[in-house]
Ligand binder design. Structure first.
Ligand SMILES: Nc1ncnc2c1ncn2[C@@H]1O[C@H](COP(=O)(O)OP(=O)(O)OP(=O)(O)O)[C@@H](O)[C@H]1O
Length: 294
């Protein structure tokens, strides 16, 4: 993880009042988002929150309805080939190149970047970074889902992008493939990454900063620790006393437990104190925001 000192770093992504309207429906309602140099930012939110729409606008795939947007200092609506070559994009859907071989496809794609980039990835190094060395000469159609996704990342990285977009990178993964993928992303130290996910654990594991988007609005922006601090101090205390189960949500859980033992000693059984987790904050924020916009 890199640190979250984005004040001193130039912004790679900067949006102010970003709006998107499809027909008569407002999907993005004034999104302010920054991603600093070298930061890994997760755009987290439930289905339909507007995550994909946001990154498609940043990638220059969709024209926004309103607001200021700068990606690598350029308005994506005016982005040329040289600007596009500085971005790495890993989309949600797999575009099949099943008959190509891994190394062959990456070498071919690398050629497109050569006129624009001083240094494209050495293909064997890239294949090694994404953990596909043993599969370099295999046809893509024979790779497992997890291996294909790693190839997707390699496709996104081949031009050594200044900014990498990962849209819901681990959807449909089993736990092992997800863990391997997280390790791969963590190895990309120094790469500026904007990823979308609705998996809170993924956001917490990978991102320096989490931006929570609900119904087209940013409802929280901070490190996992900062977001969790919103409910800091609250804890759930559970125990059994004389066969009866007690569950309490308390601010001073330590003081409560001390008094509980002073009064009941060994009669207290199955004591559990659980700090309110980031998940509680996330679910509360989503619930609150959905109620406001309903
Ligand atoms: N081309 C389109 N025309 C009309 N509405 C659209 C279009 N694309 C997306 N939407 C709507 O915009 C809203 C936001 O969609 P978006 O795909 O950006 O959300 P998301 O947060 O990425 O969701 P998910 O996690 O399900 O991918 C949804 O209500 C969706 O139905």
């Amino acid at each position: 993880m890199q640190n979250n000192d984005n004040q001193r770093k130039p912004s790679v992504v900067d949006t102010r009042g970003l709006r998107m309207r499809y027909g008569s429906t407002d999907v993005l309602k004034g999104v302010d988002l920054t991603v600093g140099q070298g930061e890994v930012v997760a755009l987290l939110g439930p289905n339909g929150a507007g995550k994909t729409t946001t990154i498609e606008i940043l990638e220059g795939f969709r024209r926004r309805s309103d607001g200021d947007v700068r990606v690598l200092g350029v308005d994506p609506d005016d982005g040329d080939e040289a600007w596009r070559a500085r971005l790495g994009v890993v989309l949600q859907s797999w575009r099949d190149h099943g008959r190509w071989r891994v190394r062959e496809l990456l070498s071919y794609l690398g050629m497109f970047y050569e006129p624009y980039r001083e240094r494209v990835f050495d293909i064997d190094e890239l294949i090694d970074v994404v953990g596909l060395t043993d599969h370099a000469h295999k046809r893509i159609g024979t790779l497992s889902g997890g291996q294909r996704r790693r190839l997707d990342v390699a496709v996104g990285l081949v031009g050594r992008p200044d900014l990498l977009f990962l849209d819901e990178p681990t959807v449909g993964f089993d736990p092992e493939a997800r863990r391997e993928f997280h390790e791969l992303v963590r190895r990309l130290t120094g790469t500026t990454i904007l990823l979308t996910t609705h998996d809170l654990t993924e956001a917490e594991k990978l991102a320096d900063r989490i931006v929570i988007l609900v119904s087209g609005r940013v409802v929280a922006d901070g490190t996992a620790a900062e977001l969790a601090a919103r409910i800091a101090g609250k804890a759930e205390v559970r125990y059994r006393l004389d066969g009866e189960e007690h569950v309490l949500s308390l601010t001073d859980s330590t003081g409560y437990v001390r008094e509980l033992f002073a009064e009941h000693g060994k009669a207290v059984e199955d004591l559990e104190v659980r700090r309110a987790a980031l998940e509680d904050v996330y679910l509360a924020l989503v619930r609150e925001s959905e109620e406001v916009t309903a």
